[in-house]
Design a protein around this ligand. Structure first.
Ligand SMILES: Cc1cc2nc3c(=O)[nH]c(=O)nc-3n(C[C@H](O)[C@H](O)[C@H](O)COP(=O)(O)O)c2cc1C
Length: 356
């Protein structure tokens, strides 16, 4: 197995990362992705606004109990000094790598756009990077940066990932990830990876390619085509965290493994839900778990009907029991997870009743 890049003193076990996604890659989901083979997992972004640190949402994001290292926490903000404080705060709570968010298209902090909007103000972006690196260096905590290809493909100088990546490397950043879209594109259009290849060619630190990787084959193809040191998968892992198991297998053996056993998927989801309820509690947990369950079942036989019925359940016990029944029934007809029909609900089989 090819090892992942070296970040500070951490050699990552492989070059297949799960991308940070607010509302998705919380600790339970990150741990699931890692168990299934992901070589690195960065937290959802944590705001640099001190007054929000004690909020339930932020304190949950800063809770890394039981998470295998290296624990990487992403911070978002627009003020260099605040970002430095946020880095120190998260290091005190267990962060071993700090990731700076310059990749998110929509994150407003105090009426100013953070995330990828910072790419439009390179001097400020560099001041933020320098302040965070200075805060992390005394604790020997490496800093990574996630960015887009730029802020606009149509404006002069708008595709500035290369310039910013060079500045980041000079400032002491240990790894750069590039999502192959400009900020202007949001999530529309198609990601391009020529820019990440150019960044990789120009830098000596590890570079990560990200954007529109939905299959293991595409991940390996991009690694080769861009020369990147790793790839990062976001939406392709939603409801399908075993994409990392498939990817590791493809990489090691040159072929995909058989689909996972339906009973294994049931077990993974069951364990994920228990972790999820433990972090969020009953009221929030049962609601926020619905999306994860929905992503897993949406293209499976009877999945859409099951999802709609499951969404009406109000307790963790009822939700968990319904999930177990759905998969037990599915396993009787499909020992291995049936190939999901992409983009569409799969309506084979009976309608799903979730009542006990
Ligand atoms: C729901 C959602 C939330 C996201 N939240 C973050 C975030 O908190 N920080 C960040 O840097 N990028 C965030 N992103 C961007 C992803 O990390 C990734 O760059 C993007 O989705 C492209 O990769 P993909 O095509 O594999 O999904 C988010 C994306 C999605 C879909």
């Amino acid at each position: 197995m090819r090892l992942g890049p070296l970040i500070g003193s951490f050699t990552l076990p492989n070059p297949f990362f799960v991308a940070p996604m607010a509302g998705v890659t919380d600790r339970p989901f990150r741990m699931l992705c890692r168990r299934l083979g992901a070589g690195h997992a960065v937290s959802e972004m944590v705001t640099s606004k001190r007054e929000l640190w004690e909020s339930l949402k932020t304190s949950r994001r800063a809770d890394h109990a039981g998470e295998p290292g290296p624990v990487a926490v992403q911070i978002a903000g627009v003020e260099p000094a605040e970002m430095a404080d946020a880095a120190r705060y998260n290091i005190d709570r267990g962060a071993q790598i700090i990731d700076i968010n310059m990749g998110c298209p929509a994150k407003k902090v105090c009426n100013r756009w953070a995330g990828s909007a910072l790419m439009k103000d390179e001097p400020l972006a560099v001041r933020i990077i320098e302040a965070v690196v200075a805060a992390c260096a005394p604790r020997a905590v490496p800093v990574t940066l996630k960015m887009r290809t730029g802020w606009s493909a149509s404006s002069p100088g708008g595709r500035n990932a290369l310039a910013l990546a060079r500045a980041a490397e000079a400032a002491g950043v240990a790894m750069v990830a590039v999502h192959g879209r400009t900020r202007e594109m949001g999530y529309g259009g198609v990601a391009e990876h020529e820019t990440v290849a150019a960044v990789k060619a120009a830098l000596t630190i590890p570079v990560v390619a990200n954007g529109d990787i939905h299959t293991p084959a595409r991940a390996l193809e991009l690694l080769r085509a861009t020369g990147a040191d790793a790839v990062m998968i976001g939406r392709g892992a939603m409801g399908r965290p075993w994409i990392f198991r498939d990817l590791v297998h493809l990489h090691e053996h040159g072929c995909l493994p058989p689909p996972p056993a339906t009973r294994d998927v049931q077990r993974w989801l069951h364990e994920h839900l228990l972790d999820h309820y433990a972090l969020y509690g009953e009221h929030t947990g049962v609601r926020s778990a619905r999306k994860h369950i929905g992503w897993v079942v949406r293209a499976l036989p009877g999945g859409e009907a099951f999802r709609q019925a499951m969404n009406r359940l109000e307790t963790c016990d009822a939700q968990l029991a319904a999930v177990d029944r759905y998969f037990a029934e599915l396993a009787q007809r499909h020992v291995q997870l049936p190939e999901a029909r992409s983009g569409a609900a799969n309506d084979e089989g009976p309608g799903w009743a979730v009542a006990a």
